[in-house]
Design a protein around this ligand. Structure first.
Ligand SMILES: [Zn+2]
Length: 72
């Protein structure tokens, strides 16, 4: 696995699940051009579902908030 990142173009990566819970995410480039994304609470994020944070977004997943160094 290559380098992981928590940001894309300077913005944190968030994912809102079907329960409208917003998670903070980690992204890794598995092979060139192929990115894997998962949440700080350990869930896999569906392809293309993750997005960068927009103004007003905040993480609402308690497990993600409890994980390392989530900035709010
Ligand atoms: Zn979470």
């Amino acid at each position: 696995m290559g380098n992981t990142t928590r940001q894309i173009r300077g913005l944190p990566i968030y994912w809102t699940d079907s329960q409208w819970v917003t998670h903070s995410c980690v992204c890794a480039e598995a092979v060139p051009g192929i990115f894997l994304v998962w949440t700080d609470c350990g869930r896999d994020v569906p392809a293309n579902a993750a997005k960068t944070a927009e103004p007003g977004d905040s993480v609402s997943c308690a497990k993600c908030l409890g994980a390392a160094n989530v900035r709010r």
